[in-house]
Ligand binder design. Structure first.
Ligand code: APR
Ligand code: PHB
Length: 389
């Protein structure tokens, strides 16, 4: 089999890249290790920057997102008994779109099916070959049958645990990592959100976040110990703890219900440099991870897709290789800024187990500064709505 771009991984990065290439007549094949239903069963964040919204439109599949997504003009930050709103529209000139990653991924799969774009599911033993030549290839197995995909380029969109990043030799690769000594326990429930905008809360008992998927479906998180497991937390225990961590007016109004999903995610910052090697380009979680505070994971994957798609288009339409040659440099410049923001926001909002009284005072002073300074709110808002591509 032959295609122009072999895409490893059928998560949002790989699917969006494939769809954008298709609109411009560039062929690709997506190789996914799991089934479509498995991929669509993953619950991830649901806040889209304008850059990603525009990419969905460019790919011709933004209709449902515009119809069902919720535009948020602001977000709230709470600490102790204080709570304030950062006006995103005022400080950064644009809103955010609340639309679940699961729904976005579904739209991408539906569009693929409609256009009959090639996807191989349940691929195993994926191996990348001849990356330093102009004729790379990918070998893999499907249900025991060996296959080879010949191509011009390979996009490694296979997430943090994928094979693509490992194909870059250790001698040329540097990996930067920071782990955080806590996790997020998340609950999805068929209940109306407690507030029409998101609330990020730094309480003495730990971080909490009130988010949503729609006007009838809520997503809440609380900071938990890494040693906790979801079964340690009954629904009742989760709701009780959430109530203790959010401002009183919201705690009083919180509508609870059975958890339809409950899971714990660790927090990590990770960046791999470079993001390209020969004809292999890494996109999204394959190259970098941010802690979820600020919901930048999917959005940063989208900016990678933008840089790679633009470079590939220049290559195929104008014979200009500049964009692909500079892919890593361009993508990393933005990735590091987003990593800084996600690290900053995580550090500001959580209780660290080894935190001393001094550290807590500094955190509260920074929150106080953010509450009272227009300049600090503007800096936060610009990062939160998304840095330009
Ligand atoms: N071969 C083929 N597919 C693979 C392989 C492999 N060896 N390893 C992993 N995959 C698939 C996974 O099953 C998954 O569906 O690659 C896909 C990667 O998808 P994601 O992990 O979702 O990563 P990405 O598409 O970069 O999405 C960006 O942003 O909000 C964050 O982490 C969140 O998933 C989100 C990410
Ligand atoms: C979510 O809705 O899952 C979400 C929202 C905002 C974040 C993180 C997660 O910062």
């Amino acid at each position: 089999m032959r295609t122009q771009v072999a895409i490893i991984g059928g998560g949002p990065s790989g699917l969006l890249l494939s769809q954008l290439l298709h609109v411009h007549g560039i062929s690709s094949v997506v190789l996914e290790r799991k089934t479509r239903d498995y991929v669509l069963g993953r619950i991830r964040a649901g806040v889209l920057e304008k850059g990603l919204v525009d990419l969905m439109d460019q790919a011709g599949i933004g209709a449902r997102m515009h119809q069902e997504g919720l535009l948020h003009q602001g977000t709230s930050i709470a600490y102790g008994n204080e709570s304030f709103r950062v006006d995103l529209q005022h400080h950064a000139g644009r809103p955010l779109m609340v639309y679940g990653q699961t729904e976005l991924t579904r739209d991408l799969y539906d569009a693929r099916a409609k256009e009959e774009l090639p996807t191989e599911f349940e691929v195993e033993n994926v191996v990348l070959h001849d990356l330093e030549t102009e004729a790379p290839s990918v070998s893999y197995e499907v249900h025991g049958e060996s296959r080879t995909l010949n191509c011009d380029f390979i996009a490694g969109c296979d997430g943090f645990h994928g094979v693509s990043r490992r194909a870059i030799p250790d001698a040329v690769k540097t990996e930067y990592e920071r782990t955080y000594p806590f996790g997020w326990l998340g609950v999805l429930s068929e209940t109306p959100p407690v507030n029409h905008e998101l609330i990020y809360a730094n309480s003495d008992r730990g971080f909490a976040l009130c988010s949503m998927r729609s006007e009838t479906r809520s997503r809440y998180y609380i900071q938990c110990a890494l040693s906790d497991s979801p079964s340690d937390w009954s629904d009742q225990a989760f709701w009780d703890e959430l109530r203790r961590r959010i401002p009183e007016p919201q705690a009083d109004q919180l509508i609870t219900g059975p958890a339809i999903e409950k899971s714990i995610a660790p927090l990590r910052s990770f960046v791999c440099e470079p993001m390209q090697w020969g004809r292999l380009f890494l996109c999204g979680d394959a190259a970098h991870i941010v802690p979820p505070t600020g919901a930048k994971g999917l959005n940063t994957a989208a900016s990678d897709v933008h840089y790679l798609f633009t470079g590939l288009r220049q290559y195929y339409e104008d014979g200009d290789a500049n964009g692909i040659n500079q892919y890593s440099q361009r993508a990393l410049s933005r990735v590091w800024k987003v990593s800084r923001f996600s690290w900053w926001f995580s550090t500001l909002m959580h209780q660290f187990p080894d935190q001393q009284a001094f550290d807590r005072k500094i955190q509260l002073a920074e929150l106080e500064f953010l509450r009272s300074s227009e300049a600090a709110q503007a800096a936060m808002a610009q990062n939160y709505v998304g840095l330009p591509y």
